[in-house]
Design a protein around this ligand. Structure first.
Ligand SMILES: [Zn+2]
Length: 373
């Protein structure tokens, strides 16, 4: 099989170009087609890097008769690793060797734990991508942000990815944590929220946590007395319902109920974000409740049987090609279903692919909201 020859200086340039993109202003406002062309370049370099440095991935690509030239105008050809690989063969998916490698893990509530090796470059890019999403998609300036996190503090977190992400974000913002020894400190949280309600502070409070814990706080407010936070608070849900699948609430009912209990200025103050342990990028929702695919990420859905790429808007298995991880191939066929709407111009001002996740869909979907609440 013939592979394209990469000049070393090209690789260095591509690395710094990707880092420059992640830390640049208005990254979501770039021209869509130019950004896609740039992504083709980043993915070409990233796939090439993992083929050269990861024997397992190189062998996998060989078996698929893949060659780098196939990526020209067709990013759907990036060979995706099924996420199950990360549950079984961690050492085989590791591309770079680094003493400071952080092995991040999934919660494992749905079976075997995934272990993802992240080096410093990979982690720094992850947090750069979070920062861009917070500012441009959530629409919050970092200087205005005060984070209330329904997760353990940084010291308490081992390597559980969602907790790591939630606590890691605290490096950038003044933060408080409300989970200790796996228990949500509900009384303390509600007390602190009532303080914000009374003190007219200028900071935007972002309350972030798994949906089940946000629901616990909502129930407590409903049981006692609701808040009147208006536009001073944004509530961000992250992660699935895990062991509390039975309490899952349909999205529109959930948003309405949260907005009412917290006294938010509208349901646009409730946002969901998507991430999984294998993905080095967080996908944020805008004020229109649309999840904008960032310009450094390529996402398509695949037919569950043939794995063919589905047309825009068709449901299928979500497949991600993320050039940001250096220590493992960020080319993942996920376990999640959803749809990708290609090149949508959203009223929020961003033109991007829009990702819909079906993770929250449940069997009660056809019944009234009241039944689920
Ligand atoms: Zn939007």
């Amino acid at each position: 099989m013939k592979k394209s020859v990469i000049q070393p200086n090209t690789i260095v340039d591509a690395v710094s170009e990707l880092d420059a993109l992640l830390s640049s202003d208005e990254v979501f406002q770039q021209d869509f087609n130019l950004a896609r062309k740039q992504l083709e370049h980043f993915l070409f370099e990233a796939v090439s890097h993992h083929i050269r440095n990861n024997k397992y991935y190189a062998h996998y690509c060989d078996r698929l008769n893949f060659s780098l030239s196939m990526l020209k105008n067709d990013l759907g050809k990036v060979p995706l690793l099924p996420s199950a690989i990360f549950k079984r063969h961690t050492k085989y998916v590791q591309t770079t060797q680094d003493e400071n490698m952080l092995i991040t893990t999934s919660s494992g509530t749905q079976g075997t734990i995934s272990k993802i090796p992240r080096d410093n470059t990979t982690l720094m890019r992850f947090f750069a991508s979070v920062s861009a999403g917070v500012q441009e998609v959530l629409g919050i300036e970092q200087s205005e942000l005060h984070l209330y996190s329904l997760s353990p503090s940084f010291e308490e977190v081992k390597h559980l990815w969602i907790s790591y992400v939630l606590s890691g974000v605290s490096v950038y913002f003044p933060s408080r944590f409300y989970v200790s020894n796996n228990v949500l400190e509900l009384v303390k949280l509600i007390d602190d929220l009532r303080q914000i309600d009374e003190n007219k502070q200028d900071l935007t409070t972002v309350l972030v946590g798994p949906p089940a814990l946000i629901l616990d706080a909502t129930r407590e407010l409903e049981r006692t007395e609701g808040l009147h936070l208006g536009d001073k608070c944004i509530i961000v849900t992250m992660g699935g319902w895990k062991s509390r699948q039975g309490e899952l609430v349909a999205r529109d009912c959930f948003d309405e109920r949260i907005a009412r209990a917290f006294g938010l200025a509208g349901e646009q103050y409730v946002r969901d974000v998507y991430n999984m342990v294998e993905l080095n990028t967080v996908i944020f929702e805008c004020s229109e409740h649309r999840k904008h695919c960032p310009p450094w990420l390529f996402v398509r859905t695949r037919h569950p049987r043939t794995l063919e790429i589905q047309p825009s808007g068709e449901n299928g298995i979500l497949g991600f090609a993320d050039p940001t991880p250096r220590s493992y191939p960020g080319f993942i066929l996920s376990d999640d279903f959803g749809a990708v709407y290609e090149q949508v111009t959203c009223p929020c001002g961003i033109t991007s692919d829009i990702i819909e996740i079906d993770r929250r869909v449940n069997k009660l979907e056809n019944r009234g909201c009241a039944l689920k609440i």
